[in-house]
Design a protein around this ligand. Structure first.
Ligand code: FES
Length: 150
């Protein structure tokens, strides 16, 4: 094969390969290509079970509440504040380990790399740079519901 033919063939292959590699990106730009997540509320507890002070861990039962196979049961921390309650995801924002609440220190501590958060989910000690994710809460008929993106 001559050098000129080889270069032409290489250029055609390169363009074709680039097309295949960028196709998923352009498909995702098409309207409807990216599916927007919506928030769905799941029962957490009755109002009576909510903490009157400090922090309480709950298991959010998702598997029996929906037919969506992707949703697994998960833990949620409910923190009693002066203004009411906040719900925090236990997923560390560094690399996704599950944080534990330390009642003595009043901190969420990540067992993986020592990240620490205060009771509002704000980072006290890195490596995490982002706060714990707050989950929306709503109260209806003496029941508390937590919002999850589905
Ligand atoms: Fe939590 Fe690294 S995963 S500090």
């Amino acid at each position: 094969m001559e050098r000129r033919s080889f270069l032409k063939l290489s250029a055609k292959l390169g363009i074709t390969l680039a097309g295949f590699l960028t196709l998923p990106f352009f498909v995702s730009l098409k309207p409807g290509g990216i599916k927007e997540k919506r928030i769905e509320y799941f029962f957490l507890a009755s109002l009576e079970e909510m903490p009157r002070k400090d922090v309480k861990k709950f298991e959010l039962i998702l598997e029996q509440s929906t037919s969506d196979q992707r949703l697994k049961n998960m833990n949620v921390y409910i923190v009693k504040t002066l203004d009411g309650w906040i719900a925090l995801s236990p997923v560390c924002t560094h690399l996704g380990c599950m944080v534990n609440y330390n009642r003595i220190k009043k901190e969420f501590i990540c067992p993986c790399h020592g990240g620490r958060y205060n009771t509002h989910g704000e980072v006290i000690v890195g490596p995490p740079s982002m706060p714990l994710t707050r989950l929306p809460l709503k109260v209806e008929d003496q029941s508390v519901f937590v919002g999850i993106k589905v």
